[in-house]
Ligand binder design. Structure first.
Ligand code: 3PG
Ligand code: MG
Length: 373
């Protein structure tokens, strides 16, 4: 694998950066509340080291990002205006283009759109780790036309996440949650080759329960993934790996009342979180590990009644001496909600991107920077 150029390499190629126009692809796809205000500016702050490195050298920095999933045409709901306002406070004088996905050329990776993006640009920096699993115009296009580099955030994310694959410390534990196993199938398969054990919570545990023949009441599960879960359980034991499933669950009973169950849920019962016994057992696994990767909440933590499992796991992530990495999205939001985001070693800005990098060891955005697309 050829190496990816850094900011220093870009400076080496372009010479004095003063007055040079540098296009920086950032992932400013931030969560917005109902009033359209930014509810978490983590992704904007995460891009500042790169932006500041460039502005300190006098570069003319133009940032560009997508926000949400507009359908290839302008949509006021996804205007970059709130992001532009926040960016102006954090990095005055830095330009931000309008939402890249207002143009259908972005997701289609249309060469004409790439040409417009690089017009008048001296260099390109990809610091949009969270979007680097998308072969979109602004991610894979510019490196074909202008000197390009990875930014500091992209570099850090790749170092940490590839470090999990290439230099694992044992015991290495993956903690996976969220609703759907179908979203995580590839990464679970890849992780079975790297980790010592996988801890499973979130609604996806019910698909594994079904695979074990345990009754799940009315809990959410994926019927067409039951056989796949059976295969994963067999594969894990054949490889001498452990898949930890919860042995108690909290949720609501057939009458709609809060209840704690064992690992067999009766008719009409619905699970929404791992139970207290499982949360304690999962924390023990995390405390005894030397490396932990966590992606996906253990339950429906937005509802305080069902936040305990996720909170206990988050606290164990903070307390363990293990090297701890949290894949973006909901688990990062949970950590922030519990004010534990400073207590883990690395919180990734990418959800899908971190899973795909762990699974494949590469991303379209990285290939482009290496000149392979
Ligand atoms: C994300 O939030 O995961 C990234 O910004 C990518 O967004 P997308 O899933 O809409 O491509
Ligand atoms: Mg720690």
């Amino acid at each position: 694998m050829t190496t990816i150029p850094t900011l220093e390499d870009l400076e080496g190629r372009l010479g004095d950066l003063s007055g040079k126009r540098i296009l920086v692809r950032t992932d400013f796809n931030v969560p917005l509340d109902d009033d359209g205000a930014i509810s978490d500016d983590f992704r904007i702050r995460a891009a500042l080291p790169t932006i500041e490195w460039l502005t300190e050298r006098g570069a003319n920095v133009v940032t560009a990002s997508h926000l949400g999933r507009p359908k290839g045409k302008p949509d006021p709901k996804y205007s970059m205006a709130p992001v532009r306002e926040r960016l102006a406070e954090l990095a005055p004088g830095v330009e931000l283009l309008e939402n890249l996905r207002f143009d259908p050329g972005e997701t289609a990776n249309d060469p004409a759109f790439v040409a417009r993006l690089v017009d008048g640009v001296d260099g390109y920096v990809n610091d949009a780790f969270g979007a680097s699993h998308r072969a979109h115009a602004s991610i894979v296009g510019p490196p074909q036309f202008v000197p390009s580099a990875m930014g500091r955030l992209l570099q850090k994310e790749v170092d940490v996440l590839l470090g999990l694959r290439d230099k694992p410390r044992h015991p290495f534990v993956a903690v996976l949650g969220g609703a759907k196993i179908s979203d995580k199938l590839g990464v679970v398969e890849a992780l079975l080759g790297i980790v010592d054990s996988i801890v499973i919570g979130g609604a996806m545990c019910f698909t594994f329960f079904a695979a074990r023949g345990l009754p799940i009441g009315d809990s959410l599960f994926e019927p067409d993934m039951v056989d796949t879960c059976k295969r994963l359980l067999d594969e894990a034991s054949a490889k001498g790996k452990t898949i930890h499933l919860p042995d108690d669950i909290t949720g609501v009973d057939a009458g709609g009342n809060f209840a704690t169950f064992g690992n067999r849920l009766g008719d009409g019962c619905k699970g929404f979180d791992i139970g207290p016994g499982s949360a304690a057992a999962f924390s023990d696994v995390i405390m005894d590990a030397r490396m932990v990767f966590w992606n996906g909440p253990m339950g429906m933590f937005e509802d305080e009644r069902f936040a305990a499992g996720t909170r206990t796991v988050a606290q164990a992530m903070a307390d363990t001496k293990a090297f701890t990495v949290v894949g973006g999205g909901d688990s990062a939001a949970a950590l922030a909600q519990f004010k534990l985001d400073d207590e883990v070693d690395h919180v990734s800005t990418g959800g899908g991107a971190s899973l795909e990098l762990l699974e494949n060891g590469d991303l379209p955005g990285l290939q482009a920077l290496r000149g392979e697309s």
